[in-house]
Each structure stands twice: as structure tokens, then as C-alpha cells.
Design a protein around this ligand. Structure first.
Ligand SMILES: [Zn+2]
Length: 276
């Protein structure tokens, strides 16, 4: 399935992709099409992350900044609080403004979603996509006094020096200022461990934010399982991590597309209503 040939020459991974991994849907050019594409992909993310068991109840939230379909500015596309993630569709997603008020759709966003996602974007305007979950293994690490994600597995490498840690739990995020505080802790990283709470993934694309959450959970799971064996864990040497990450970093977006769109195609067969 992979249109990839990779040869390791010394430390240089040489690859030739024959093509990018195509989106499994088509939309027209322009604001309406861009808005529609974001709706399809965000709805697929809710459904896909639910299938993976990375969500909790009707809490946790995913968002993406999109142009309004009518071209009148930009809004945050987010889930309607109270819907199960299996109920999310492209059309029942909400658009909210910078005050958290709904400007398109029926219902309200979770107040914590507005505070966390909008607050982070005040600090990180490049965070087009933000996904927040309480996924179990990564959240378990976030609840440790030393929450560091260790380089125990090759899945860990994509997060090398790319995780920020908030170890000062301050309760539910019920004010925009708390989201801004989280944004300042996040800094230039793309993953945030929220102490006694959960994790945040920020990215420029929905596929990358999705893929990072998946691999973050797998990396955290490997760390937790390895630590539970009561034997010494063999960490990847720190001196190796940077070069290893350099070797794959320019491929991560294509890996993310391949993974995300494969999930999308499967969802289209089993839960086709998500595209409505
Ligand atoms: Zn949360």
C-alpha cells in the first residue's frame, strides 16, 4: 500500500514517494470548499479517535480554524457539547467566534473547549488545529510527578524535544486566561502534557494532529508497559534521537495523510453518515 521505497544509506534515509496520499473526498475551490473539507476531516477525526478509544465521555474537544463559507472572516470549527463523538457529522459541527459564541450551527461549544482552544490560539496563532483528549496512557504519564515521555520506542522519536509539560494543575479551564496560560507553557512545542488532566496536540493540518495523538498514545503505552516489567528500560541514546528524528521529519506529514485518510476510508464504509 505504501508508495514508498526507503533505503538506509549510513544515516541518511533516502525515499521516493510516487505521490502524496490523496484526500478521499473532493470539494470545490474557494471558501465554501475549504470550510467543507475541514468539516469532513474534523468529523472523521471525532469518529476515528472514538474508534481508537482516545476520547472520554462527551468531553474532550477538537477544533480547527476555518474561513466562513460565505467568506466573512474566520471562525473556529468545534464539536457541539453533549453529542457523543459517534454522533458528530460534518454538518452538526459548530462555528464559534473569538468570544466562544456560536455563529453557525445549533447549540453551544463546551466552555472549556472555548477557553482552552481560543486561549492557546491567542498565544500560538499558528495552531490551526488543536485536539485535546484524556487518552489513557498519555494522561497517565501526565499525572506523574515526573511526566516526561521517554525515548523508549521508535514511536517516541517524533516527540523528541517536542513536548511541553504543565505540572501545575489549576482546575477546570473556565476562563480564557487559563487557555492563554496553557499556550504560554506550550511555547513552540506541538504537544502539551496537562498535569492531572490530559494532553493537547497542535498542528497545521488535521491529519497531523490526529496522527500525533495516535502515536503519542502508542509511545506512552510502550513506556508504561516497559516500566511495569520491573526491568531496566533500554532508552534510545539521547545522541541518536536528534539524527533519527531528522531522518524522518520531512516524511511525517505524508505518513500522517496516509494514516488519517485510511481511517477516513474505513469510516466511510462503517459510518457513512459522518459526511452528512
Ligand atoms: Zn480536558
Amino acid at each position: 500500500m505504501w508508495a514508498l521505497s526507503a533505503l538506509r544509506r549510513g544515516r541518511t534515509l533516502v525515499r521516493t514517494f510516487t505521490s502524496a496520499y490523496p484526500k478521499p473526498y473532493t470539494v470545490p475551490e474557494g471558501n465554501w470548499g475549504t470550510n467543507r473539507a475541514a468539516r469532513l476531516e474534523l468529523a472523521a477525526s471525532f469518529r476515528g479517535l472514538d474508534k481508537l478509544g482516545l476520547n472520554e465521555g462527551v468531553c474532550n474537544h477538537l477544533s480547527v480554524m476555518v474561513p466562513r463559507a460565505d467568506g466573512q472572516g474566520e471562525t473556529m470549527l468545534v464539536g457541539h457539547y453533549g453529542l457523543h463523538w459517534q454522533e458528530v457529522t460534518a454538518s452538526n459541527l459548530l462555528e464559534v467566534d473569538w468570544t466562544g459564541q456560536t455563529v453557525q450551527g445549533e447549540g453551544k461549544a463546551d466552555v472549556t473547549a472555548a477557553c482552552i482552544h481560543l486561549g492557546i490560539r491567542h498565544i500560538r496563532p499558528d495552531a490551526k488545529v488543536i485536539m485535546h483528549t484524556h487518552q489513557p496512557y498519555a494522561t497517565a504519564l501526565a499525572c506523574m510527578k515526573d511526566p516526561r515521555l521517554l525515548m523508549v520506542h521508535q514511536n517516541s522519536l517524533r516527540f523528541y524535544q517536542n513536548v511541553a509539560y504543565d505540572t501545575s494543575y489549576t482546575g477546570f479551564a473556565l476562563a480564557l486566561e487559563e487557555g492563554k496560560r496553557l499556550g504560554r507553557v506550550l511555547g513552540e512545542k506541538n504537544i502539551l502534557f496537562m498535569g492531572n488532566h490530559g494532553v493537547v496536540s497542535v498542528a497545521k493540518t488535521i491529519s497531523m494532529a490526529f496522527d500525533n495523538l495516535y502515536y503519542l498514545e502508542r509511545a506512552a503505552m510502550m513506556q508504561v508497559l516497559a516500566a511495569g516489567m520491573e526491568k531496566e528500560v533500554a532508552l534510545i541514546p539521547d545522541s541518536e534521537c536528534g539524527p533519527m528524528l531528522d531522518a524522518i521529519s520531512d516524511m511525517l506529514q505524508e505518513y500522517a495523510d496516509a494514516h488519517f485518510y485510511s481511517n477516513y476510508r474505513i469510516l466511510r464504509k462503517s459510518q457513512p453518515e459522518f459526511e452528512l
